[in-house]
Write a protein that binds this ligand. Structure first.
Ligand code: PEP
Ligand code: MG
Length: 319
């Protein structure tokens, strides 16, 4: 079946009743982009740009970044590339970026909070992204957003740099939904963003108050927890008020058991690890929207991720 799925991997993806679901791939290193294309990904839904910034003594220059982003965009052969701005702090310190020592780094300076405190670093990265050709192929994704005002602040800087570079085309800017209030107030964020992308790894960590790096609780972190799924549903509802699409780029997007639930909640893009793209597309083609909505509705009434998983595997015994 694997081989049959691979044979159809480059075709578009719709549910059996015709709902378009885009299947993208996450890229964490430049080499991943080629395998994403080979596996039939319809774009890169999350480029984790940390690979360029970590484990070095100085920041990568704007030119160096632009060259890397261009290489990845070329490897994606015209498909959209969602580039996440630098997501460091917390567990990912940088030698050249002085951050205060924090008691709870995961609740401190992370993601966009760091970027807005170091606007030079952010501006260089944004310029590098804006320089990729063709203009518009790259979308910008902002991590760890908590408030609409953070999105406005980043947007202002993007507009500023766009003008300075003489770019007239609009640039798509999205907010990551990783903080529970961002899911709850998604309508406010969606007013400032062109799309939302749910980072279920962090969203689960913050919703359950369990450190994803802590071995004592990591096993209980479950992206299929009904509480997390309710947050996903709220994010979709908020986005719909502004007609914005919602993607999921966290780990559960790579789990076929999550696909019917996410689709049933109204998610229209999944960004998975490249290797699972063909099988994920093949499974989605067997689903219908009413069936997904029904399963999601039932799942939201449960109290644990295990119950949700049991429901999905009893509905689709092949999983
Ligand atoms: C997430 O939090 O789900 C996510 C995609 O970001 P990362 O795993 O890089 O924190
Ligand atoms: Mg995250």
């Amino acid at each position: 079946r694997r081989e049959a799925n691979l044979a159809h991997a480059h075709e578009g993806c719709r549910t059996a009743d015709g709902v378009r679901i885009e299947v993208f791939a996450n890229v964490g290193r430049p080499g991943d982009a080629a395998s994403a294309t080979a596996k039939g990904a319809e774009g890169c839904g999350l480029l984790r740009t940390e690979f360029l910034f970590l484990e070095r003594v100085t920041a990568p220059s704007e030119a160096e970044q632009a060259a890397q982003y261009q290489e990845i965009a070329d490897a994606m052969r015209g498909h959209p590339v969602v580039i996440r701005t630098l997501d460091v702090g917390g567990d990912k310190p940088l030698a050249y970026l002085p951050l205060p020592k924090e008691e709870n780094p995961v609740l401190g300076l992370r993601g966009v909070r760091v970027s807005l405190r170091h606007p030079d670093l952010l501006r260089a990265q944004l310029r590098a992204i804006l320089r990729v050709k063709p203009v518009g192929v790259c979308r910008i994704l902002v991590p760890m957003v908590t408030s609409a005002s953070e999105m406005r602040a980043v947007r202002e800087i993007i507009e500023d740099e766009r003008e300075a570079l003489g770019i007239t085309e609009p640039i798509s800017v999205g907010a990551m939904i990783e903080v529970p209030v961002a899911a709850v107030l998604a309508d406010r964020l969606a007013a400032e963003a062109d799309f939302l992308s749910i980072g279920t790894n962090d969203l689960t960590q913050y919703a359950l108050a369990m450190d994803r790096g802590n071995p004592h609780v990591a096993a209980q972190l479950d992206g299929l927890h009904p509480g997390v799924l309710r947050l996903v549903g709220q994010a979709v509802e908020g986005a719909r008020k502004h007609g914005r699409p919602v993607a999921v780029c966290g780990g559960i997007a790579s789990d076929p058991r999550a696909a019917p639930l996410l689709i049933g909640l109204g998610v229209t893009e999944l960004s998975a690890t490249p290797a699972v793209v063909p099988d994920l597309k093949a499974f989605i083609r067997t689903l219908t929207l009413p069936q997904c909505v029904e399963v999601a509705r039932t799942a939201l009434r449960f109290e644990s991720g295990d119950e949700v998983r049991a429901l999905v595997t009893s509905t689709w015994p092949g999983l």
